[in-house]
Design a protein around this ligand. Structure first.
Ligand code: HEC
Ligand code: HEC
Ligand code: HEC
Ligand code: HEC
Length: 258
């Protein structure tokens, strides 16, 4: 009698426990999968390969390599790190943001700067398929024949989800060199910056970035604020490719004492 009364109870408990266990394994698996994909340039909006699953419409129809659109293992652009595989914008001088309260002066000639790497696509006009060292297939073909960000992101375009994606504001092949409405880049930021002396900015050499090192080590490039100070071109986890979240001002107060 007792066993008859208990059996269904045990069965239900055991079935529930097994179900919970399977569920937790599944959830763990899915979370790991998402983290694995989320942290990678593969199948992010910076994956321009033919295998990118349509994450971005700037997709090659024949080039399967991912890194090749930006890097090459041999004979890169000599003037620019890191093993860069792309032609640079023809004009390297961009008009920079300025204001009466700015303490430092950004260098508007971006030659050799890490920001010029980004602008070799994000000026809107420099072709994305112009690689120094293409693979064995030769120059990659791009879907729809769109080779420049400005072919799609022009003002009034029906495709323009992010009309500001051309940071340099070039369209349809004409060079855009306007950075006046963008956060200053190519600007030296070290302990001797007048903003640091006045306490407006943290000292980047001692301030923790929250990324496992000081601001200088984790966010600056040759002691300068550049596009990749705020963006990590390989990691789409914090949209849009941000190194730190903008919630609660986290990204901004890594540097600004506000
Ligand atoms: C859309 C352009 C782009 C693509 C695609 C890309 N990278 Fe990068 N990569 C950059 C830029 C820009 C930098 C310099 C800024 C930085 O370090 O964040 C960089 C820096 C690097 C560095 C040196 C700094 C570091 O973070 O270690 C390595 C190594 C690297 N990339 C490897 C790769 C590999 C491997 C791939 C392909 C799986 C790849 N990248 C794909 C743009 C790209
Ligand atoms: C890696 C460090 C760093 C990060 C991160 C950063 N900034 Fe800046 N920011 C600077 C530096 C350096 C300047 C130049 C300040 C100067 O020379 O007076 C600057 C300038 C500015 C200015 C212009 C100040 C003026 O006087 O006109 C504003 C506004 C600003 N930042 C806002 C932001 C916001 C908002 C964020 C977050 C989305 C942010 N910054 C993230 C370093 C940073
Ligand atoms: C090889 C060309 C190329 C280079 C180099 C490149 N990008 Fe991009 N970027 C793209 C394309 C293509 C997109 C996708 C646009 C779309 O689908 O909306 C994109 C999208 C983005 C986005 C928007 C992401 C989103 O989630 O909507 C950001 C932010 C961005 N890039 C920043 C950068 C920065 C910063 C650098 C340099 C460190 C850089 N990019 C270098 C081609 C490039
Ligand atoms: C001070 C930090 C900072 C710097 C420096 C910075 N960005 Fe951004 N960027 C952001 C943030 C934050 C957003 C998201 C804005 C939003 O959500 O409205 C963004 C958005 C973008 C976007 C997508 C939206 C749009 O307007 O098209 C692109 C592309 C982009 N940045 C490229 C660049 C490039 C190229 C540079 C260098 C010339 C650069 N960023 C420098 C913080 C920065």
């Amino acid at each position: 009698m007792t066993s008859l009364g208990l059996t269904p109870y045990f069965n239900v408990t055991i079935i529930l426990r097994i179900a919970m266990r399977i569920l937790s394994i599944l959830v763990g698996f899915i979370v790991t999968l998402q983290m694995g994909f989320g942290q990678s340039v593969i199948k992010s909006k910076h994956d321009l390969s033919s295998n990118n699953d349509g994450v971005t419409q700037w997709q090659s129809t024949d080039e399967k390599q991912v890194c090749i659109f930006c890097h090459t293992p041999h004979s890169p652009t000599t003037t620019i790190l890191p093993l860069w595989n792309k032609s640079q914008p023809s004009n390297t001088v961009f008009s920079a943001y300025s204001s009466p309260t700015m303490e430092g002066v950004p260098n508007s000639d971006l030659s050799g700067s890490y920001s010029l790497l980004c602008l070799s696509c994000h000026d809107g006009s420099t072709p994305m398929d112009a690689l120094l060292n293409p693979s064995e297939i030769g120059k990659p073909h791009m879907a729809g024949g769109y080779t420049r960000l400005g072919d799609v992101y022009y003002p009034g375009s029906p495709f323009a989800q992010f009309p500001g994606a051309n940071i340099g504001e070039g369209y349809g092949g004409s060079a855009g060199t306007n950075l006046t409405n963008d956060h200053p880049v190519n600007i030296v930021y070290d302990a001797s910056h007048p903003g640091v002396m006045k306490g407006k900015l943290f000292d980047p050499e001692s301030k923790s970035s929250g990324l496992g090192g000081t601001v200088t080590v984790k966010m600056l490039f040759e002691n300068k604020v550049e596009c990749p100070s705020c963006h990590d071109p390989h990691n789409p986890t914090i949209v849009p490719f941000l190194r730190l979240s903008t919630s609660n001002g986290t990204l901004c107060i890594a540097c600004h004492n506000k």
